[in-house]
Design a binder for this molecule. Structure first.
Ligand SMILES: Cc1cc2nc3c(=O)[nH]c(=O)nc-3n(C[C@H](O)[C@H](O)[C@H](O)COP(=O)(O)O)c2cc1C
Length: 188
């Protein structure tokens, strides 16, 4: 069965090379609107989005996240990434959307994940690239978490969970990774 939404879901890939030029404000607003329209536990709408379009701050977050990650026990793949001085963990994206959740809400981290996925799909629908970033989470969990909550002006009572790198695609990955088998059971 053909369906536009399914096509978008299946064509979205993590983009790891971005153009330098900034996305248009209308494109940014459309992506944010998709996040805001996500489902949420208890209809808490517990998300807060911080748009970072300051190049120096994005660079600083990349450097600080790599350093902060080293406070934690890491697997080999992540360790290799965070000790690579050349790596920009946001891959040159001109926009970052930091997604924070209201801690007093029922299920803020899940609400924020739903909002994040909505934003990735909305971006794909207008051919804008995204990469969900979990490495920055190390910074938000590290000894510097309070300093960065302040620097990013995260509202009181909210906790930053992840960030999405957003920008025009410079490279287009081809086929989606193959899917694990046996992830569905039917009881009929
Ligand atoms: C919670 C979460 C955290 C992620 N963190 C990162 C990250 O820090 N860096 C990165 O390059 N990709 C990250 N990804 C992207 C995954 O690596 C990617 O979704 C996966 O390999 C499947 O590839 P695809 O998105 O192209 O389908 C993350 C994805 C999720 C859902």
């Amino acid at each position: 069965m053909e369906n536009k939404v399914i096509d978008i879901i299946k064509s979205r890939r993590s983009i790891r090379r971005f153009m330098e030029d900034q996305i248009r404000d209308e494109e940014l607003e459309l992506i944010l609107e998709a996040g805001i329209y996500a489902p949420s536990a208890h209809n808490d709408q517990s998300w807060h989005f911080t748009v970072v379009q300051n190049k120096e701050l994005i660079k600083e977050l990349s450097e600080q996240a790599k350093e902060a990650a080293q406070e934690f026990d890491l697997d080999d793949v992540i360790l290799k990434m965070v000790t690579n001085p050349e790596l920009d963990i946001f891959y040159g994206a001109p926009t970052l959307i930091v997604v924070s959740g209201e801690e007093a809400s029922m299920m803020p981290q899940i609400d924020c994940a739903a909002a994040t996925q909505n934003m990735l799909l909305a971006a794909e629908a207008i051919d804008i690239g995204t990469c969900w970033n979990g490495i920055v989470t190390f910074l938000f969990e590290s000894s510097k978490k309070e300093a960065y909550k302040e620097k990013l002006e995260i509202p009181e009572g909210y906790k930053p969970y992840y960030a999405v790198a957003v920008g025009y695609k410079k490279a287009r990955p081809t086929k989606a990774p193959s899917r694990r088998k046996g992830t569905v059971s039917y009881l009929r």
